[in-house]
Design a protein around this ligand. Structure first.
Ligand code: SAH
Length: 243
């Protein structure tokens, strides 16, 4: 996968040199191209922003430096053009999985009050938000997107099944997890996990996932197809027959 990033702060992405994303970058399964918008500023003061027409607070990133930077990218490597924006569609795991299948992607990181609308209208394929809060720049949103995407690049997470079983990958939250020791300050690990009965353990995990989702994010349950058994468990939960 090739990701082009347009930013006025390329150094923020130095963080990709450490941590989970390092491996695919080293192994060349993920290529990150950083493009500094400021190198295409329109005047000798290196400005990439200007006051908003109509007045008001803040500054707006100008169209020309961004277009010039986009044109530096070879057309065949441009791929889907994404603008990180609090006005975009909210990112979720389903979206990450679909984006992870793309070969090329270009991410524009906004700053100040955002970018000139004409860029969005003419060059942007989609706007993506990472949540209903305002960041100071799209770089942090892009990093979150890239980190999450990279988990689907083969070899990043040792075990593909572990990514598939993550919370939300199946539409449900994952249940609780435990590790050594069995007895921690008199708190014991659920006995079933020590039973060695894989089928029972799997069933227990599925139930826990359902219970947790019901308790914390019931709205997620509307998007998945439940088995008869799961429906029954939910009915029991709803009527407080268990809990
Ligand atoms: N005044 C703008 C927000 C500007 S924040 C507005 O109300 O829409 C500056 C930049 O940070 C944005 O252009 C965007 O690129 C990025 N950004 C801020 N919040 C974000 C979010 N929740 N998701 C993705 N990008 C965000």
């Amino acid at each position: 996968m090739n990701i082009n990033i347009l930013t006025i702060f390329p150094e923020i992405f130095d963080i990709l040199k450490s941590g989970v994303v390092t491996k695919p970058i080293k192994e060349k399964t993920l290529n990150i191209e950083l493009l500094d918008i400021r190198q295409n500023s329109v005047n000798k003061h290196n400005h990439v922003d200007s006051k908003p027409y109509g007045g008001g607070e803040g500054m707006v990133m100008m169209a020309e430096p961004i277009v010039k930077t986009l044109k530096q990218i070879n057309k065949k490597n441009l791929g889907r053009v994404i603008f990180m924006s609090p006005q975009g569609k909210k990112l979720n795991q389903k979206k990450i999985i679909s984006l992870s299948k793309l070969k090329n992607m270009t991410i524009i990181c906004g700053r100040y009050e955002g970018i000139d609308q004409r860029i969005i209208d003419k060059y942007v394929d989609e706007e993506i938000s990472i949540g209903d809060f305002i960041l100071s720049g799209g770089e942090f949103a892009a990093l979150a997107l890239i980190d999450s995407l990279s988990r689907f690049i083969p070899g990043v997470i040792g075990n593909v099944r572990s990514v598939e079983q993550d919370s939300l990958s199946q539409g449900l939250l994952k249940g609780p997890v435990f590790t050594r020791p069995e007895n921690f300050n008199a708190e014991l690990v659920p006995e079933i996990l020590l039973s060695g009965d894989h089928q029972k353990i799997e069933e227990w995990r599925e139930n826990q996932a359902l219970v947790r989702t019901f308790e914390r994010r019931p709205e997620l349950l509307q998007n998945i197809k439940l088995t008869k058994k799961q429906k029954k468990l939910l009915e029991d939960l709803a009527s407080k027959r268990i809990l």
